[in-house]
Design a protein around this ligand. Structure first.
Ligand SMILES: Nc1nc2c(ncn2[C@@H]2O[C@H](COP(=O)(O)OP(=O)(O)OP(=O)(O)O)[C@@H](O)[C@H]2O)c(=O)[nH]1
Ligand SMILES: [Mg+2]
Length: 328
């Protein structure tokens, strides 16, 4: 048993470094394997991410958010082709919806987004959201880092417009694209609170359905500068390929703006803060989980609490810091 440990470690070590070498050489299979390790929260993923980290930071990371069915995947599909025609390498990380009853929709998504998958300059991957201990955002942006290290020039991240994901994406991407579609009536009122503050580029998709002028005008009227940048408002019809050139131009303009003004570096620092905290929380929760599995010490604490000898807060402190019971 004791001999098996270093042998296993050695093997894992070699395979991780091979995987990282392959990734840095532009091997898409290595990227797929690494993302699976991240998805499964395997310890090798942490090792691999540490090794690839110095080789990241080059890709322009663009987050897409917006209500379900608004056309995010369709737009990304078009953009992938557009950027390939501009000779840029493109990565896509799509976050699947968690709802168990959307299996069909997820499959449809994969099929639509996969038709560019044979090109070596394109890498598209859906991430499962179920049960990742480090939180979805952490896993997603670790996958983005893999695609960055793979040599992709631009990486699109598609999230579902639910919960905290819009805000999360805006704090992590270099450029945030908010996708909306025209509706009858006062469309702006149906937009989620806070959505006007997070976008760098607003897309009014499904312009082919008409009535888009009201939404465009409302957006232009309400949007204010973010980091000195007045958000662009672009009309598109993803299914027809309309407005895709303008959208790609807006993304490139925003990337150039961030570079020239130093805001890209500032956003990197803001993201680093979040990632440090998230990783710290993850380490801590792992530590808690390990301690609670330690058996007798944990049982004793539980008995002390049940018998009112110790309150749960003090017991938690003891669990985390057995030798420093007073520490908060
Ligand atoms: N008429 C019209 N339909 C569109 C347009 N863009 C997308 N669609 C359709 O809208 C539906 C949803 O498109 P998706 O690209 O899957 O939308 P999504 O935002 O990625 O959806 P989720 O990932 O499920 O949130 C599909 O049936 C598309 O064909 C458009 O510009 N015009
Ligand atoms: Mg989609």
């Amino acid at each position: 048993m004791r001999e098996a440990v270093p042998a296993r470690k050695g093997a894992a070590h070699d395979s991780v470094s091979d995987l990282v070498d392959d990734l840095l050489a532009g091997n898409k299979r290595a990227a797929a394997k690494l993302i699976s390790l991240i998805e499964d929260d395997e310890p090798e993923a942490t090792d691999a991410l540490a090794r690839i980290f110095p080789h990241t930071g080059r890709a322009h990371v663009v987050g897409f958010t917006g209500p379900p069915g608004v056309g995010k995947s369709s737009l990304i599909n078009r953009l992938v082709r557009k950027y390939r025609s501009r000779d840029r390498k493109v990565g896509v990380v799509a976050v699947d919806p968690t709802s168990p009853y959307t299996g069909g929709a997820v499959l449809g998504d994969r099929i639509r987004m996969a038709d560019t998958g044979v090109d070596p300059g394109v890498f598209i991957r859906s991430m499962a959201t179920r049960g990742h201990a480090g939180g979805l955002a952490l896993a997603t942006f670790d996958a983005v880092r893999v695609l960055d290290a793979l040599g992709m020039d631009i990486v699109f991240v598609e999230t579902v417009g639910a919960g905290q994901s819009e805000v999360e994406i805006a704090t992590r991407a270099h450029t945030t694209v908010v996708v909306e579609m025209p509706m009858t009536g006062d469309a702006v009122q149906t937009m989620k609170a806070g959505i006007l503050e997070i976008g760098d580029v607003y897309v009014v998709n499904k312009a082919d359905l008409g009535n888009e002028d009201v939404l465009v005008a409302n957006l232009k009227f309400q949007l204010t500068a973010r980091d000195g940048w007045i958000p662009s408002v672009i009309r598109t019809a993803a299914t027809e390929g309309r407005g895709i050139d303008e959208l790609a131009d807006a993304l490139d303009r925003h990337a150039a703006y961030l570079d020239q003004t130093g805001f890209r570096a500032k956003r990197e620092v803001a993201r680093a803060r979040l990632e440090i905290l998230e990783n710290a929380q993850r380490l801590l929760s792992r530590r808690v989980a390990n301690r609670s599995r330690m058996g007798r010490a944990f049982d004793a604490l539980a008995e002390d609490v049940a018998a009112r000898r110790l309150d749960p807060h003090a017991a938690a402190r003891k669990l985390l810091w057995p030798t420093r019971p007073r520490e908060k």
